[in-house]
Structure formats: C-alpha cells, structure tokens
Design a binder for this molecule. Structure first.
Ligand SMILES: C[S@@+](CC[C@H](N)C(=O)[O-])C[C@H]1O[C@@H](n2cnc3c(N)ncnc32)[C@H](O)[C@@H]1O
Length: 276
C-alpha cells in the first residue's frame, strides 16, 4: 500500500471516521491510515472489537432475513456504514427479490462507496443524511422514491444510536421515526453497552470516539437500550425464545451457547413491532 493516500473530494482523511474504522475491523479496504490507527487504539480498550463487529453484523443479517420472511418488503437502514458484503439488500432480497432498501449514513464516503456496491442492484438507494434530522432523511426525494410510507417498513438502527448524545435525545429520535411508520412496521436496533465496566475501558472508548468525526461515543446500559423499544412489542427471534433484548450474537442464533462470545457481550439488540 502506498504511503500517499488519496481520497475522493469531500472526504476528510485527517480525522478518523467511525464508518471507515468499522470497515477496517471487518477487513474492508475503504479506510485510511488515520482510521486504522484509531481502530487499533480502540482495540486496546476493546480487545474483542472484531468479534463484536461480526456479532453485530450477524444480528443485522439474521434480523433482516427474519423480517423479510414475515413479509416486510421495505427497509430503511440508517448508519448503514461501508461493509463490502452481506448487506441489508443481500439478506432481504435473498428471501424477497422485490425488497427495497434505502441506505442512509452521514459519512460522505458511504454514498460514494455504495454507488459501486449497488451498481445494477434494483430496489436500492443510498443517501448522505443524518439520523438526527428525520425530516431531511425521510423527506429526501430518493427516500420517497424508494419507500411507500403507506406500507410497513423495517427501520434498522444497527450500532448507530450510540453516536448520539443524551442532549440530542436518541430515544426521542427513535420515537419520532417510528411515529412516521405505519402500524405493523418494525424497529431492529443494536447498540454498544457500557455494562462491561472493565476499569477505564469505557472512558478509553469514549476518548477514541471523541477524537473521531462523530465527536463522541455513548455506550449505554441495558436499561437505557431497552428504552428504545418503549411502546413497541419486542418479538422473540424463534419459537420459545424470550421476547427481550439480548446480546448481539444471541439474536436468532442457531446455537445461542456458541454465539455467546465475549465480543457479542459488548452490545444489546432486539427487534420490535409497532402495534396496530
Ligand atoms: C458501527 S457503524 C455501523 C454500520 C452498520 N449499521 C452495521 O451495524 O453493520 C456506525 C455507522 O453509523 C454512522 N453514523 C453515526 N452517526 C450517524 C448519524 N448521526 N447519522 C447517520 N449516520 C451516522 C457512521 O458513519 C457509521 O457508518
């Protein structure tokens, strides 16, 4: 790899970006030296970070398949990131080729990268938009061209709310998005937890993220993550499973014991339905 890095116009490679750091964790190539260095700092606080990222990707893929199998044909994936494979449309369209996916992320490289990834893939669109701006994101003409808001939608907020501070009220934002969706819609959400209080680690994680383009990171407790599902009905991933938030790897896992790794325990997730 050359020492001289070049980035597309509008992409700042002097500050690490969580989207590009995540891409690095997942073995992708859409990242720069500054991202790799920040990710390695993160690894010191979170030695299981690669396992955590894959456990979270597993939740995304299994939950999207689960939703498509229950008839959901529209997905809004906010904070979609850059991963090069097994994305939301891959999981959804494997079940339902007519499934439509609107990807949104505020990192400008995501839209650039996704244009190549999504070339020739029908039913998908990608926009550069901020989760904290529901009007802008849901009102974008590409959103309106992709999503029919008279029909149920699955809103995917997969490891994105922990970039939103208390003051910016991520719970209110989730409520706002769900209020715009018809009953029978779903929320699939995962978030990194602060429950793993190994001395100093949460502060170190926050420190790395404070120096990134997100300007902060907010791992939260189980109770705080449960609050995202207030007013919704959490669904069990399979018959006999509990209808409650669980660790990333456990959701819908064929072998929950094997999936219960240290990396998986860095975050909680659930899928919930908006009642009639
Ligand atoms: C850890 S990655 C998650 C990617 C993917 N959702 C997954 O879980 O595999 C977090 C993503 O959220 C994006 N993000 C963070 N805050 C955001 C915001 N306010 N609006 C839109 N995207 C945001 C980042 O740019 C990054 O791509």
């Amino acid at each position: 790899m050359s020492d001289i890095e070049q980035a597309p116009p509008g992409v700042d490679i002097t500050v690490p970006s969580p989207a590009r750091m995540y891409d690095y964790m997942l073995g992708g190539t859409a990242n720069y030296k500054v991202d790799r260095e920040a990710a390695e700092q993160l690894r010191k606080a979170m030695p299981d970070m690669v396992d955590t990222a894959w456990a979270n990707r597993g939740f995304l893929q299994r939950s999207v398949r689960w939703l498509a199998e229950r008839g959901i044909r529209q997905f809004i994936d906010i904070g979609a990131g850059l991963p090069t494979g097994n994305n939301t449309h891959d999981a959804a369209q494997a079940v339902a080729p007519d499934a439509r996916v609107l990807y949104a992320d505020y990192d400008p490289l995501v839209e650039i990268h996704a244009k190549t990834l999504l070339e020739g893939v029908s039913g998908t669109a990608v926009i550069t938009a901020d989760f904290r701006d529901p009007d802008g994101l849901l009102g974008d003409e590409r959103t309106l061209a992709t999503i029919d808001f008279t029909q149920p939608v699955a809103l995917l907020l997969v490891t994105v709310t922990h970039f939103v501070s208390e003051e910016e009220d991520p719970w209110g934002l989730v409520r706002e998005y769900m209020s715009r969706l018809t009953p029978g819609s779903y929320l699939a959400l995962s978030a990194v937890t602060s429950d793993r209080q190994v001395e100093g680690r949460i502060d170190d994680i926050k420190g790395v993220l404070a120096r990134s383009s997100s300007r902060g990171g907010y791992p939260r407790s189980r109770a705080e993550i449960e609050r995202y599902f207030t007013g919704l009905e959490i669904v069990p991933p399979y018959e006999g499973a509990a209808a409650e938030v669980c660790y990333f790897g456990e959701w819908g896992a064929e072998d929950p014991d094997a999936a219960d790794s240290d990396g998986s325990r860095w975050g909680y997730c659930a899928v919930a339905r908006k009642p009639e």
